[in-house]
Design a protein around this ligand. Structure first.
Ligand SMILES: NC(=O)c1ccc[n+]([C@@H]2O[C@H](COP(=O)([O-])OP(=O)(O)OC[C@H]3O[C@@H](n4cnc5c(N)ncnc54)[C@H](OP(=O)(O)O)[C@@H]3O)[C@@H](O)[C@H]2O)c1
Length: 320
């Protein structure tokens, strides 16, 4: 099978397209013919070696978490999944494997694909939308809240704005001038251009601050939180680990770090929100597998509009 691999840690130039053996199946896995995958920042953090304490020194490595495709083989204990079913999901980023024509994956990491989306669109969903859903829920997402989403135009943020709106919260999205119109289109009630205005007011304004971009600190954000307000960040740091413990004993405002975990229940909730027309992936661009190095470079620039997708079947853009 064709796969994008790395034989060493390094820049996007280290990505190569190569023939690899098809992965073998365990009893609780299905073999998915991958039609599309998408880029998440963790992919290039692994590629450049920033997480080598987790990813080790075994090469070649096939990176990639997100996938959408068709089951071609099912292990003995796969709970009714069978060849021909269309699925989407997210493999553990450290394990990777989605930048390839075939992926062996546990059924706990997938769910039936949203019927209203093409494979390219469905592959844009899992990691970013799960992080948004789980992060907002960790912060106590409820109807009627006022929520600030920092990094509202990125993969995670673009889903967070839509999910918060679907839960009937009022949303302020933070982005640069180039993305103001996009964030309005996503449904934000208000948009703050961080190039012109500080996203954090000095008065208690928000019930929940979801920092999808991951660069805010709780110590600065808390002044903008109402009583009982919660702060959730996508990126760990020493400061944020401190505040996630300290905030529990200090008062009623809370600070949290989200670590996304795939599960069929949340994937199914996202599928329902998508097929009901309440949220949809915002696609920055679609690259063929052969140009995955370009897709990585674009993601590393840090200013994508929504998700960068990689198609393994560029000729097949029909919805299934
Ligand atoms: N903890 C977890 O489980 C988990 C899961 C998924 C992702 N993450 C992390 O979450 C972060 C975001 O992921 P992503 O997929 O959304 O990344 P992404 O799609 O690459 O995010 C790009 C967005 O970041 C925005 N941005 C850049 N500088 C900004 C700034 N100073 N303030 C506010 N927004 C800014 C950009 O908007 P402008 O172009 O308008 O500036 C752009 O739209 C990454 O660090 C990723 O590793 C963590």
């Amino acid at each position: 099978m064709k796969a994008a691999i790395i034989k060493r840690y390094g820049s996007a130039d280290s990505l190569r397209i190569q023939d690899m053996p098809r992965p073998s199946l365990s009893d609780d896995e299905v073999l998915v013919r991958v039609r599309a995958t998408s880029i998440n920042p963790v992919d290039w953090k692994i590629r450049e070696g920033s997480l080598k304490f987790l990813t080790g020194k075994d090469f070649p490595k096939v990176l990639g978490s997100d996938f959408s495709g068709e089951i071609v083989e099912a292990g003995a204990n796969t709970n009714g999944y069978e060849p021909g079913q269309l699925v989407y999901g997210m493999n553990n980023a450290v394990k990777g494997g989605a930048y390839a024509e075939y992926l062996a994956v546990k059924i706990s990491k997938l769910a039936p694909k949203p019927t209203s989306l093409s494979h390219e669109e469905a592959a844009a969903v899992p990691m970013a939308a799960l992080t948004a859903l789980q992060g907002l829920k960790k912060g106590g997402l409820r109807a009627g809240q006022h929520i600030l989403v920092n990094g509202a135009s990125g993969g995670v943020g673009s889903f967070a704005v839509q999910i918060a709106r679907a839960y009937h919260a009022s949303v302020t999205g933070v982005c640069s001038s180039r993305h103001v119109e996009m964030v309005q289109q996503l449904g934000a009630d208000r948009v703050v251009n961080y190039e012109e205005e500080s996203p954090l007011p000095n008065t208690p304004t928000y019930d929940l601050i979801f920092d999808a971009h991951g660069t805010m600190s709780f110590s600065k954000a808390r002044k903008a939180l109402r009583e009982g307000g919660q702060f959730v960040s996508t990126l760990p740091s020493v400061d944020k680990v401190f505040w996630s413990v300290a905030s529990k004993v200090m008062g009623d405002q809370g600070s949290h770090i989200i670590q996304v975990k795939v599960n069929p229940t949340d994937l199914s909730e996202l599928r329902t929100l998508i097929d009901d027309g309440q949220i949809k992936p915002f696609i920055d661009s679609v690259f063929p597998l052969e140009d995955i190095d370009e897709a990585h470079r674009k993601s590393e620039e840090g200013h994508a509009s929504g998700k960068i997708v990689v198609s393994l079947y560029a000729e097949d853009t029909g919805k299934k």
